[in-house]
Write a protein that binds this ligand. Sequence first.
Ligand code: SF4
Length: 517
Amino acid sequence: MQADKNQKICIIPLQDIFSNQRFIHTAFIHCLPHISGISFFSSTSRITNGIRYDDQVIMKELTDAFIADTKLSDTQLTSFFAKESDDPIVDAFDKKAAVHPGGGKSAPLPPPKAQKAFQSILSQPRQGKSTVYIHIPFCETQCLYCGFYRKRYDAEQSRAYTDTLITELQATADSPLQSQGPIHAVYLGGGTPTSLEAADLKRILCAIRQNLPLANDCEITVEGRIVNFGPKKMEACLEAGANRFSIGVQTFDTALRTRMKRVADQNAVIEGLKQLRSYDQAAVIVDLIYGFPDQTMESWETDLKILADLMIDGVDLYQLNIFPGTPLHTAIKNQKMSPGIDRKARARMFEKGVQFMEQAMFHRLSTNHWGRTSRERNLYNQLVKGPSHCLPFGPGAGGNAHGHFFFLQPDYEKWKHLVTEEKCKPIAMMQVSGENDILEKTIASELELCRINFTALGDEFHLPLEAILKDLYTQWEKAGLVTRQHQWWVLTTAGQFWQVNLAQLTINYLQQITGKH
Ligand code: SF4
């Protein structure tokens, strides 16, 4: 704030006003009696001394000034609009965004700076929600559609990998970052964690308990698949404290499984899930995918029915994304396989999934996730998309802490060398998160829950979000993507299908507005 007593004018940069509620009180309560006016850097609005002291009136003046000052042109605004049609789930946008929405980040830091930044991050305790991601890079076979396959599993590697991972967990165990503040969810993902030997799964889970301050109700998930995951490994995981299994089934249709190079048949998958459920000690969750080449609605409905009959705790329904570089992409390009089904058919499968889950009395946990029992909380998936810390371990794992996003060396041998020989955190890339990172992640994670309250978020972040986003969300309401319920914008089924687009467009829209200052 700049105050000129002679001219009796107080000039306040708008971003200061909205970034600090206290500042507003200080500015208006203490300064107004002594000055004749307040002017904004880039606005013509003016509030004259003595006329208005009521906070709400002042806030309205400020909000109107802010909105007038940051209004996008009609062309800019309409570029964010959805197409209005009778079938919004099919037509709303030209293309469906495939990855998690993200905000601004710096260019990657050069390696020496990244290591230095990590040392500084290590010295700061965590506050708020925290998760841990452990990456296990092995799979016994590569599924045709998979973009995450890294390394073929061989039993010889299990012990060496586990030893290195435990070394990595121990190396920073005493740091304030790792040791202070509860960890609310741990996720062993990959790859196929359940491909590891039983003794090694147990050693990893025990090392997690020893080297991380887990909350009493910490969710500990082991991801995997049914092939090579028998009672011995299941019991080893349960004995060492796993309380959630996320099993990638993708489809129960044996013929489709074979085409996609999934190894076990329908019967083996069902029996494996029943075995896992029989312990009655952990949440059992299944992933199903819609959109495979030649997958029919009939096959999809059968998958949903089998799943409901299994009486497990929860389910994820994901749309297939065919990423360049995957064997499926190559097979389609070389006309060895028909292309994946079109967007209209995928939209209808999503609709069917939503209706089916409602009728089967599963409760909605996010756009893609449903729970059947109270055992399923879906904590990790929810927290990791919001403004929480995530500590990564293992080759290729990604995480973020204290405003820095980073991922670890993905090459297995280099990762091992860095951990065991160089004795450093094997950071491959680090970026500084943008200044609106927390707000952007909060918006993305709220929309993931199929609703958002911009009035409440605006109060939390000291920004008039409801007013800023009103034109945009009103158009999306007309386009059939959201509805208004009290102070909430609630995503329709079509809005849920397009949720990643809506989140990314909301973030981009806010970036354009804030970019005006
Ligand atoms: S098991 Fe999972 S990670 Fe491994 S190739 Fe198949 S889909 Fe990919």
